[in-house]
Design a protein around this ligand. Sequence first.
Ligand SMILES: O=C(O)CCC(=O)C(=O)O
Ligand SMILES: [Fe+2]
Length: 293
Amino acid sequence: MTEPLKTIDLSEWNAALPAAEAAAATAALENGQVLNLPHLAFTLSPQERRFLSPQWSDGKAKNVSFDPATQQIRHTAAAGDDRSALSALMARYANAARSLVVSVCPVYTDELIWGLTSFRPISATNRETSVRKDDMRLHVDAFSSRPVRGQRLLRVFCNINPEGVPRVWEIGEPFDAVAARFRHRIPAQLPGSAWLLEKLHITRGRRSAYDHMMLGLHDQAKLDDDYQCTAEKKRIEFPPGTTWIVYTDLVMHAALSGQYLLEQTFYLPPAAMQDEARAPLRRLEKLCQRALL
Ligand SMILES: O=C(O)CCC(=O)C(=O)O
Ligand SMILES: [Fe+2]
């Protein structure tokens, strides 16, 4: 197993990285390493520390979400001034995460697309009941309602736990091994089904063959109890004050425990990568010998 983490000693969200270091960090990410920043904390003001409580969840969704594109916050019980203050905190995190990605991966700058910001005030352990939604099981990310048509999922996580509790993850085997193992178990995409899902507003946009395959890998891995027990994996602890960047569509991961996390998602067209051949889209097309878009 290759080393799952590449550690960088940054302590500022908008640090200028020498070009060679940035290129090496970007290559590591594209190759499936997690970029670990153990000295990059996201500081809450004394007034903001009140948000470190499960009470701000709406009790249904696993995270409070914020959309940097529209500045809308959802899935929170916060109202009035609390709601504005929590939105401001999440907007600040979104901007910090973007600065960081631009520092570490300057080649992505003009192509980064905002995804959602999320705040997870609920413990990561036992927060979901269905197997498909259980992020304690190893998986690559694929969003069932939001087709990406090959765009990458680049995510920036930060543990903001105030009591020293680490976020504990497992990192699994390389993507190509996962794809080779599970691709034959993925049910065929039925003709007309992508059209229907879009028509019924179950998906936002048309689900491509690529999206179908990624969802299939996500589901088949999670549903396989034997695989979950026996798969090669490495346990990683991210202490509070740690930030990490990872292509979650490429890296097999599971969140075992922890509480109070901020996360920012970015979408990126494969053509914006340093090496497009590293994209899951291109890896799967090579494996299947056919176009998936
Ligand atoms: O909550 C976490 O630590 C990560 C959960 C997960 O699998 C994800 O956000 O993709
Ligand atoms: Fe995930």
